[in-house]
Write a protein of this length. Structure first.
Length: 319
């Protein structure tokens, strides 16, 4: 069953004014707004005055002898001008208060569900009340407009509640995802730290092996071929490169060498060792003009178009 909004004190105050106006205009002792819950028909608001015998909150069991039951059963206005002359109504419960005259209309929620009734009662046939039946319909619409307003307010409150719950839920999701991201970043930092440590360990191991297993033999070879200058030059290059590997030589200079030919790379490494063009030519068994040709190519590839900049100084700055 759909939950209905609570009738607010402000609405009840307005309805009190409505029933009092109806009683005054129609000149009836009792005007009621009745609220139907299951099989109970309860006095929600009653007009003021000592002549009104009904009490707020008073409850009646719905059955076919109750005036308001006829309104609800037919979903239409019920007009009983004199119950004493009508066999069906002469013994209805309102006759205990002498209320033989009745005019009532159904009150509905916006979806058509029954809220209750609005009715006028008197102890005799009331011509003035009969002529006010259209007026009662207008007041009925006012009450139903209030019910529609209460329903709309309730729906908006529910929508706001759902929206707030959704916002809280999304905030929770965002918070969890943020925490997950922070955890992932932490794990990544730990992983990168571990990789860095492993990298350093590998580099240290390679360095130890080169220094312990390779360089001693190079020194021995240098002694054995001490009179072969060309062989010594190449051996010096090997030794220098091995030492460069162990001292992280693979930085900017290594990247610069990637765009050079093998011969140009050899010349660059000899220039870094401080060899002159003549010494390089002798080591590589090339003419000095050939070495100069390669030096010019190297300068262009490294962006040294200005003649005033020294190639060796530039290469040392990369090393």
């Amino acid at each position: 069953m759909q939950t209905r909004p609570v009738i607010t004190p402000e609405t009840l105050t307005k309805w009190q004014y409505v029933v009092d106006q109806i009683s005054e205009i129609a000149d009836v002792p009792a005007t009621l707004i009745m609220h139907t819950l299951d099989q109970q028909h309860n006095v929600c608001v009653k007009s003021t005055g000592n002549a009104n015998p009904y009490l707020e909150g008073q409850s009646f069991q719905l059955h076919d002898k109750l005036y308001c039951f006829g309104v609800l059963e037919n979903d239409a206005e019920l007009c009983v001008e004199d119950a004493t002359c009508d066999p069906h109504w002469r013994d209805n419960p309102d006759m205990e208060f002498g209320m033989s005259f009745y005019v009532g209309l159904p009150l509905k929620w916006p979806d058509g569900a029954i809220f209750g009734t609005i009715c006028m009662l008197d102890r005799f046939r009331n011509k003035r009340a009969l002529s006010f039946r259209n007026g009662l319909r207008q007041f009925c619409r006012i009450v139903e407009d209030d019910l529609a307003m209460l329903e709309e307010i309730e729906q908006r409150k529910k929508a706001e509640t759902r929206l707030q719950q959704e916002l809280v839920s999304r905030e929770g999701i965002i918070k969890k995802r943020t925490q997950d991201l922070e955890d992932a970043n932490t794990a990544l930092r730990v992983l990168l730290k571990g990789v860095e440590i492993s990298k350093n360990e590998v580099e240290e191991r390679i360095e130890q092996q080169i220094r312990g297993l390779v360089l001693p033999h190079i020194g021995r070879l240098q002694q054995l071929i001490s009179e072969d200058n060309r062989a010594l030059s190449h051996l010096d290059i090997v030794e220098t490169n091995l030492k460069n590997i162990t001292s992280a030589f693979t930085g900017r200079l290594a990247r610069a060498l990637e765009g050079l030919t093998p011969t140009e790379s050899e010349i660059v490494q000899l220039i870094v060792q401080g060899r002159s063009t003549k010494e390089i030519a002798k080591t590589l068994s090339r003419g000095t003009s050939t070495v100069d040709f390669h030096r010019n190519n190297i300068r262009q590839k490294l962006g040294l178009t200005h003649r005033g900049k020294n190639l060796q100084q530039h290469l040392n700055s990369l090393n």
